[in-house]
Every structure is written in structure tokens, then in C-alpha cells.
Ligand binder design. Structure first.
Ligand SMILES: [Zn+2]
Length: 637
């Protein structure tokens, strides 16, 4: 006994540098707005109980937080309390699933799955951790080596390295799916119809913080002291919410980019609940358009977990579910990233109050969650789904939008490789619009009678015709060369005969405008429904206007710093004065309001970064416009 204590003491005493890299503490903040702004932006909140906030912090984060003036109660690092951790040193030691594998045993297991089930399982590494450990993913599907047109599903666990329950459940789920294929109908059905991807451990450096042979003392952060679940692009605050993207984050982002996941979940521990989007906003500020769908499916997970466990399990927060931001707001969460950036429905599953539970308890957590995990995957057999192709039966990269419902990127897309899509939604009748570049869009009315209903809707989009449009620009009878025409986002100039042709313009109505240094700008719209030649007559600048037109004076011209504009009005009138580039882009609005009669003076000082050159001052009133050319010639500094 004494000897063992001494060894533990030496271990801690000789690794002080490692030990001090991150902190676990609690503090008090009753003001929810401050929790959701200053606190969540400074440290990594773990959980909240009433006014008490439990959080992790790296040294740098802790230093910043210390300056905020909160009372800080340092707590033992959660995993230091980990009890009864028994490690498996061989694959055989994992037979009863009541041990944690060493890192080497984990690697062997992953390789063994592929070796034992080569037609069902393909092992891949999507990258390596900071310290060079593998970020493994298995694909499980029938004909696993083919890219069959199947919806893609993803489970990932333990991006917080000290939350180890999901790690073991993922390994066990892989084993369960592979060993029961062809025996249990439900499993066969999942494996036959879905491309299932499973990543057991997204932060192995955190889990094996004290080396490959133990998960004792595992850590939340990665080896660079970053919380990976605060490290993804965020729908509200944007890129790099907590610093540079970590190698583990980049691997996940690249993988998500390469695949076409439509449904996923990421596993955690520390509480027992299902957490659904958004994390970035409170639901009262900005609910997800599919808030009710997320709430219902999260409730289902919690109900199934409760039904298969002793009383009290999976009852965190609101009896086992919470909207992310209503619990506490997080910036840079993976769930929000997958939903917002990849149109993939993802939730966060917190499956054990103890982050790193005794290894003997692991089989219980499997029993509690197995039914819920399988049922969650079976959500892929619900909703609106099908294939979007063209008339040649080629798959299309299409966007599928629910009219009057979708926002914040909640629309879904087809997998461009095979055209298939998945749009889960609550029961109701929905107007579903299918759009693909170069094709006529279609809107279909689809009715779902329950959240588990499935409606297969294959859609064939017809190509938009394309036509050639020729412009002939004249002034009177004289052809005008060098007139710039902008149509459908493209600009071309007329040739010496005053002509230019836009080829393959997609059918439909398109606005266009024509500019020239010596003629008034011309704006109009054209209906593209055949090959056409359009003649346009331009009026020269400086035309004599009727008597009621105001006198204008613009000086100095050329100007280097400020331009003066004077308008003499004979009556009170709404006048717009604006500055344009020669291509017709508006550079500045000088005024646009009702002005009293008399002399009105304005001045314009362009931003110094404005390129030197010719610009147009445009005066608009009563539907007519007058244009004055000016030359901006800034003095070089
Ligand atoms: Zn976590």
C-alpha cells in the first residue's frame, strides 16, 4: 500500500509541466448573457448547474479568465478521479467489452475488423493527431469497396479525449454490425442500405495523455491545448472561433468535405442528454428551422435510453434533452459546423455522467444505448428522399429547399456523385423546390404523416435552353464601338461595327446595362427565348435638356481630392446624385432626398484607394437622368 502511494506521488511530482497544462474549475455567474458571451469566449464550459459553471481552461485561457474578476474554485481534473480503469493489453482482453484498449490494441482491433470482414468493412485513417496518432474511420456497408448510391451516415466520439464511454461504444457498435450482418434483420437492413462511417476516437492524444498504455488521466483538449469542439468554423462568429484550426479539426473538415454525410452524431460524456442545434444561438434568438424535428428525435433517443436502463439514466437537463444554446452558448462546435456548412443533421450525445467511467461499467452503457443508437441510424429510413437527375439519367448537384421554411443553410443538397438526397422534416405538407444550375427548377408538394413517414420523390430536371444574343449599338445611324454591355454577369465590348454577341445565354429574363464614355447609360431587360439581335440607340452625353431641368456645375475637373457639385433647382424636388464607374457600378451616392428650391451644394471626397480614372456623375429626377464625366487624378504621395 505504502509503496503504491509513493509511486503515484513520484508520477505526479515528476510530471509537473504536463500536469499544469489545463485546469478544471468552477465559478458562479447568474447572468446568462455573460455566460453566453464573455465566459464561453474565454474558457471551455463543461456544464452548468444553476448559477454554477464548470469549465476547462488551458494556461492561456485560465490567465485571461483570472483577469475577469470571478471567484475561481479549482477542482481536481475529472479524469484524475477515474476509478477502476482496467486496460486490455490484447484483443482477447476486449472479449467482454469491460476494459479500455491500449492504443496498440485499438489499432489492432481496427485492422482486425477489416481483415475479418473484407466485404463489409473498410478501414481508413483520415489523418493523424498532433502527436502522430491515427484518426481512424471505418466504413461499413455491403459491397463496401463500391461507392453504391446510398445515404452516408457518421458516428464520431471522444473529441474530448477524457470522455471515453462513446469510444468503447463505437468499437462495440462496429463489432455488433459486422458480426450480426446476415443474422439480425435489422442490422442487415442498415448495412445493406446505408454507407455507415464510424470514428471511435477523434482525439487520441487527449485519451492517451499519459501514454499508449492507459486512459487514466485522459484530457479534454488536444496536445496543443485546444478544445476541438470549440475549433470548427462557427455559423455566427465565423472562422477560427478559438484560434488556429487544429490538425484533428482539419482532418474532420477535409473528411466532411470529401464525403456527403446527411445524418450524424458526436458522442461525449459528463452529463446524460441529447443536445441539438444550434449551439451558437439561444432558441429564443434564432431557432433552427427544424427545431421541432431535432427536439422530437432527441426526445426519442432519450426515451429509448431511459427505457433500456435503470431509473435516473439519461435524465440530464430537461429529462435528457436540451437545445444547445439554451443550455449554454458555444462558439465553434462540430454539430453546428456539420449542420451549417455541410447541410448534415447532427446532434451531440452525452452518454455518461462520469466522463471516464470504471471499465466494468462499460457493458452497461452499451445496453442502455444500443437500441437508441440503432434507432437513430434508422432515421435514414424516414423523411423526403430520392434522386435528382437530368433527362439523360445523369445525377445532378441540386439544392432542395422547403419553401417558407428553410433558412441559415437548413436546405439540403444531393450527393453530386449519385444525385441522392435526404430531407428529414416534421409531419405536414411541404412545398419542396429542386434547383440545379442550368436546369429549370421544379416545386413538388409532399405530405408526411409522421416524423417516421418516408416519401420517395425522384425528380428529373429538364435543361434550360441556351441562346445567342447579338447587340447592335447605334447613335442615330452611326454604329458605336467600345460600348460596354453587361448581361447575366458577363461584360463584353462592341466591335468596330457596334456589335457584340453573347453566346449560350440561359433562357429566361435577364437585365442588362450599356455604358460608354460619351453616351448616357442604358438599362433594360431582355427575354431570352430564341437567338436574337437587339438594336439599341444611345443618346450622347451633354444633350440639351428642357427648361425645367436644373442647372448643374461640377468642379474642379479633373480633381485630385474633393469634387464640388452644385445644383440650382427651380422647384422643390427629389433628386438623386450618384457617382458611377464606366462599367456602371455605383461608387457613391451623394444625395437621394427631397430638396428645396434654390442652390444646393455637395462635395465628394473619394476613398484614397479609389483607382484614378474617368467616372460619371449621374443626376436623376423625374425619371430622367443627366450624366457628367469627371476625371479623378489623385496626386501621388
Ligand atoms: Zn464533451
Amino acid at each position: 500500500m505504502k509503496i503504491r502511494l509513493a509511486i503515484v506521488f513520484i508520477l505526479i511530482a515528476t510530471t509537473p509541466m504536463v500536469w499544469a497544462q489545463d485546469h478544471y474549475f468552477r465559478t458562479i455567474e447568474p447572468n446568462k448573457d455573460r455566460v453566453n458571451s464573455i465566459i464561453t469566449q474565454t474558457v471551455s464550459i463543461d456544464k452548468i448547474a444553476g448559477d454554477t459553471i464548470y469549465a476547462y481552461a488551458s494556461n492561456a485561457e485560465f490567465e485571461r479568465f483570472s483577469k475577469l474578476g470571478y471567484a475561481i474554485d479549482i477542482l481536481p481534473y475529472p479524469s484524475i478521479n477515474a476509478k477502476s480503469i482496467v486496460m486490455a493489453n490484447t484483443i482477447d482482453d476486449m472479449a467482454s467489452w469491460d476494459r479500455y484498449p491500449t492504443y496498440e490494441v485499438y489499432r489492432e482491433m481496427m485492422k482486425r475488423f477489416e481483415q475479418d470482414y473484407p466485404n463489409l468493412c473498410k478501414l481508413d485513417s483520415i489523418g493523424t493527431s498532433v502527436k502522430g496518432r491515427k484518426l481512424y474511420v471505418v466504413k461499413i456497408s455491403d459491397n463496401v469497396l463500391d461507392n453504391e448510391p446510398e445515404l452516408e451516415f457518421f458516428y464520431t466520439s471522444t473529441m474530448h479525449g477524457d470522455e471515453t464511454t462513446g469510444y468503447i461504444l463505437m468499437l462495440r457498435l462496429i463489432d455488433y454490425l459486422l458480426s450480426n450482418y446476415g443474422t439480425i434483420d435489422r442490422v442487415t437492413n442498415l448495412v445493406n442500405n446505408i454507407a455507415i462511417y464510424i470514428n471511435p476516437n477523434a482525439n487520441p492524444d487527449g485519451t492517451y495523455y499519459y501514454g499508449n498504455n492507459t486512459v487514466s488521466g485522459s484530457r479534454r483538449y488536444n496536445a496543443n491545448n485546444y478544445d476541438i469542439n470549440r475549433n470548427f468554423p462557427d455559423p455566427r462568429v465565423g472562422e477560427n472561433p478559438n484560434g488556429p484550426y487544429q490538425t484533428e479539426t482539419i482532418a474532420m473538415m477535409d473528411f466532411a468535405e470529401e464525403r456527403n454525410f446527411v445524418l450524424s452524431a458526436n458522442f461525449h460524456g459528463g452529463i446524460e442528454l441529447a443536445n441539438f442545434p444550434w449551439d451558437a444561438w439561444e432558441s429564443s434568438d434564432n431557432p433552427h428551422p427544424d427545431h421541432n424535428w431535432f427536439k422530437t428525435i432527441s426526445r426519442h433517443y432519450a426515451d429509448l435510453a431511459q427505457a433500456n436502463s435503470p431509473a435516473g439514466y439519461f435524465t440530464g437537463w430537461d429529462n435528457g434533452i436540451t437545445h444547445g444554446g439554451d443550455w449554454y452558448v458555444v462558439e465553434g462546435s462540430r454539430q453546428d459546423y456539420m449542420n451549417y456548412n455541410h447541410h448534415c443533421r447532427e446532434i451531440t450525445l452525452e452518454i455518461s455522467d462520469t466522463k471516464c467511467p470504471p471499465s466494468a461499467d462499460l457493458p452497461n452503457f452499451w445496453d442502455y444505448n444500443k437500441e437508441a443508437m440503432l434507432t437513430y441510424m434508422e432515421l435514414l429510413f424516414s423523411g423526403i428522399q430520392g434522386m435528382v437527375t437530368n433527362t439523360y439519367n445523369e445525377p445532378l448537384e441540386a439544392i432542395i429547399t422547403i419553401e417558407g421554411h428553410d433558412k441559415d443553410n437548413s436546405f439540403v443538397t444531393t450527393n453530386p456523385a449519385n444525385g441522392i438526397y435526404f430531407r428529414p422534416i416534421e409531419s405536414g405538407t411541404w412545398e419542396v423546390t429542386y434547383q440545379a444550375d442550368g436546369y429549370h427548377e421544379q416545386t413538388h408538394s409532399v405530405t408526411l404523416n409522421s416524423i417516421h413517414d418516408i416519401v420517395t420523390n425522384d425528380v428529373v430536371l429538364t435543361e434550360r435552353m441556351k441562346y445567342d444574343i447579338t447587340f447592335e449599338i447605334l447613335s442615330g445611324d452611326t454604329p458605336i464601338p467600345n460600348a460596354a454591355i453587361t448581361l447575366n454577369g458577363q461584360s463584353q465590348q462592341t466591335d468596330e461595327y457596334g456589335s457584340t454577341t453573347f453566346v449560350e445565354v440561359p433562357e429566361g429574363n435577364h437585365s442588362f446595362f450599356i455604358t460608354h464614355t460619351e453616351y448616357n447609360q442604358y438599362n433594360d431587360e431582355i427575354e431570352v427565348d430564341a437567338n436574337k439581335t437587339v438594336q439599341i440607340n444611345l443618346t450622347p452625353l451633354g444633350l440639351t435638356y428642357k427648361d425645367d431641368y436644373p442647372e448643374v456645375r461640377v468642379w474642379p475637373n479633373p480633381f485630385s481630392h474633393s469634387l464640388n457639385i452644385e445644383v440650382s433647382l427651380k422647384q422643390s424636388i427629389t433628386l438623386e446624385v450618384s457617382i458611377h464607374s464606366l462599367l456602371g457600378q455605383k461608387v457613391a451616392t451623394i444625395t437621394n432626398q427631397n430638396l428645396t428650391n434654390g442652390i444646393q451644394r455637395f462635395s465628394w471626397t473619394p476613398n484614397p484607394s479609389l483607382p484614378a480614372g474617368v467616372y460619371l456623375v449621374q443626376f436623376n429626377l423625374n425619371g430622367r437622368s443627366y450624366i457628367q464625366k469627371i476625371l479623378f487624378a489623385p496626386t501621388p504621395r
